[in-house]
Design a protein around this ligand. Structure first.
Ligand code: NDP
Length: 400
């Protein structure tokens, strides 16, 4: 019987809360807290759980977080607010001696840059406090790290090449919308692309490297090389990797909209003066775009995210592909959210479940690939994200 505190009442927060409520035998008490309490209440009103409460908190304020934790006394805090809140929430967990889990690494608000350094710096302090932080336990990062750890444990002696492929072949009917927080999403994809090769990071212009990739049950989609945060932790924890890349699909229409928004300055994070106020253009753009959690209703099609891995087993070259496909309409039917929120929220709930039940144990700060993939993959399908593997049966990445 454990207590879980969930921070953030957006699209992902909705799914995490719904999924925790489905596992009542583990999560006997749930508190959903966010900056706007009405949003927590709206989510809670759709969930039947005898001990689900809501609270208001500004998670940027360590003191407020500490007070909330002291009041609710959770066994774990699941942070699905924004990456800006990672450090204050980690500070509050440290001060109160409570385990921590999130789905995205820290970003300073005034700099479009993300890296694990700031959170890895907490390792010794978490270790000394005897608590555990699990970083990046959504889908990507998250399941992609678990997939890679599973490949290493069960299929390879050495992994040499890793290509993470992320396709959203869904249609939500809007001319332009992002599938999770627009500010965080647009900051991520407009950065320079970056991949890892022979111990070096290679930078490329945004969207300049692309290729068609075939996704199961979907077909071929143009996929663009992006930098994604799990590349940093995976090459650190699996040092035999020679090359690691991340690919994501975008439609021509999406890229055209994005280009126009960039060209007119609406994706900038530099504050500007507007009618006597300082506004950040990207935050204004966020305010006029569809809210990602509202996209679910008429969303059709699927996402497909997986890892193409090459390496050696018993002295022989081997190829391996592991993936999940998730259907937007089915996710909406189950939890009232689209597949991108669903594929993030389910792993966050499952990671928290493994921590509070002692199947994932550790003192310090961990990325998911450092933890045992078996209990996670044993249950991932049961909780809504079945996975599949192709062994020596994929021609997708044969070049280096
Ligand atoms: P949303 O913008 O829909 O929701 C974010 C929530 O956090 C909102 O309810 C917001 O409150 C709340 N919040 C923001 N600032 C604060 C604060 N200072 N204190 C308390 N609450 C705050 O985002 P999503 O649900 O789309 O995404 C949530 C997280 O999931 C993001 O960090 C995103 O990067 C991550 N993610 C991870 C993925 C993965 O696969 N690993 C994939 C997709 C997303 P308010 O409503 O008042 O603004």
């Amino acid at each position: 019987m454990t207590k879980v505190l969930i921070i953030g009442a957006g699209g992902v927060g909705n799914v995490v809360t719904q999924k925790c409520a489905q596992v009542r035998e583990v999560f006997s008490q749930i508190c959903l807290a966010s900056r706007t309490k009405d949003k927590c209440d709206a989510i809670a009103s759709s969930i039947a759980h005898p001990s689900l409460t809501t609270a208001q908190v500004d998670a940027d304020q360590v003191k407020e977080m500490v007070a909330l934790i002291n009041d609710f006394q959770p066994d774990i805090v699941i942070n699905v607010a924004l990456p800006y809140q990672d450090l204050p929430i980690m500070d509050a967990c440290l001060e109160t001696g409570v385990n921590y889990l999130d789905t995205a690494n820290y970003e300073p608000p005034d700099q479009a840059k993300f890296e694990y350094k700031w959170q890895w710096d907490y390792h010794e302090r978490y270790k000394q406090a005897g608590i555990m932080a699990v970083l990046g336990c959504g889908f990507d990062p998250g399941v992609t790290g678990v997939f890679t750890a599973h490949a290493l444990k069960h299929h390879f002696d050495e992994i040499h090449y890793l290509d993470i492929v992320d396709c959203n072949a869904g249609d939500h009917g809007h001319p332009f919308a992002t599938n999770f927080n627009p500010e965080i999403n647009i900051r991520e994809i407009t950065q320079k692309g970056k991949y890892y090769e022979n111990s070096n990071w290679v930078e490329v212009d945004p969207f300049s490297v692309h290729r068609p990739i075939n996704y199961p049950e979907i077909g071929e989609r143009e996929s663009y090389l992006l930098y994604h945060e799990e590349l940093e932790s995976l090459v650190k924890h699996i040092p035999t990797i020679k090359q690691a890349r991340f690919w994501m699909t975008f439609s021509e229409s999406y890229l055209t909209h994005l280009r126009v928004l960039q060209n007119v300055g609406l994706t900038s994070i530099e504050p500007i003066e507007y009618e006597g106020h300082q506004i950040v253009p990207l935050q204004f753009l966020k305010a006029v775009l569809p809210i990602p959690s509202s996209l679910g209703e008429n969303y059709e099609g699927k996402t497909s995210i997986g890892c193409h891995i090459r390496g050696v087993k018993d002295g022989k070259p081997k190829t391996y592909y592991i993936y999940n496909n998730c259907n937007h309409a089915e996710a909406y039917q189950e939890v009232g959210g689209q597949a991108v929120a669903y594929t993030t929220g389910v792993p966050a709930m499952l990671g928290a479940l493994l921590v509070v039940t002692g199947k994932w144990k550790g003192e310090g700060v961990f990325n998911v690939e450092q933890l045992d993939p078996d209990p996670f993959l044993e249950k991932l399908g049961t909780y809504g994200l079945p996975w599949h593997e192709l062994i020596n049966n994929s021609q997708e990445f044969t070049d280096s």
